[in-house]
Design a protein around this ligand. Sequence first.
Ligand code: ZN
Ligand code: ZN
Length: 310
Amino acid sequence: MSPFLKLPYELFAHILSFLDHSQSIYQCLTCHPTLYTLFYENETFWYDLCINKHINYKHPAITWRQFVLSGEMNRVCPHLTMGLFSQISAKQDILYLLSSASSPQANYRSICLHPECDHNGNDQSERCHYDRAKHPVHLQISLTHLFNVYCETCGRLLGETEPSEKWFVHAWVQALVSTPLTEKLPLTNPLLRLRRQIEINLFSQPGGSYIIEKSWCDAWIQFLKGDRPFPPGRLNNKPLLNVNDGSLLTGLQHGVDFELVSSKSKDYIERLYGVTGGFLSEAVLPHDTCVSRLLTTFYDRPFKGQSIKL
Ligand SMILES: [Zn+2]
Ligand SMILES: [Zn+2]
């Protein structure tokens, strides 16, 4: 008889959550048919393992069992919490105030992402805040810090690789910068001006490697030019794709059906706007497709001549 069968459920789940390798957890369950029957199909069990590791989020397309057995549970930042989604409005208010205050000496402005904290500052003050309050996760904003989410304890940018962490960061940042924040801001607000400046910089970088749907690109350019008060919504690339296999439709024309953006723009669009249908590289275009660089001149209207400070 497996010694695990004699343990109370809470203790059993607690012990298994300490195992660093998902394969070890699987082996524990398969060491006795009763354990396997009780727990393998039991989502509550897999969720409890994650909660014991202080992780309460995962990509919505996978199960808690898949999250654990893929090893993601041991790789994602345990300092993000779903409670942050219920604090969007409060963080928007801080972002609104933050964007109105200039801080010329700072590399970037920051907002603490502890759900119950309203601290905001810059790169010089956030380390002090971490030492004092032990709140490890913050949002970084500047022309070169494109709404980055950074964890001091993990010592890295979040949302770069692991699918569940990426989903969390993208979904949260998109919620933060979308309605109602952008719709209640006048075009003259420093936050929207900063966004435009960031996106103009990205757009102007050389290289076009990823395909985006034309009408969304037009709306984006209108926003960058100042001809449209708010940024466009989520990018939808599905009209360019075959319904059956997601491959690129044939006969599409550059400049009519799609435009090309750089990999940095692609990453930013994914993070700030979100994308339906995913991105396809220009490598999938037929060899005879006529592709030319999209030339657009942006004027910082109606703020021409003013510098952007945040
Ligand atoms: Zn962390
Ligand atoms: Zn804090």
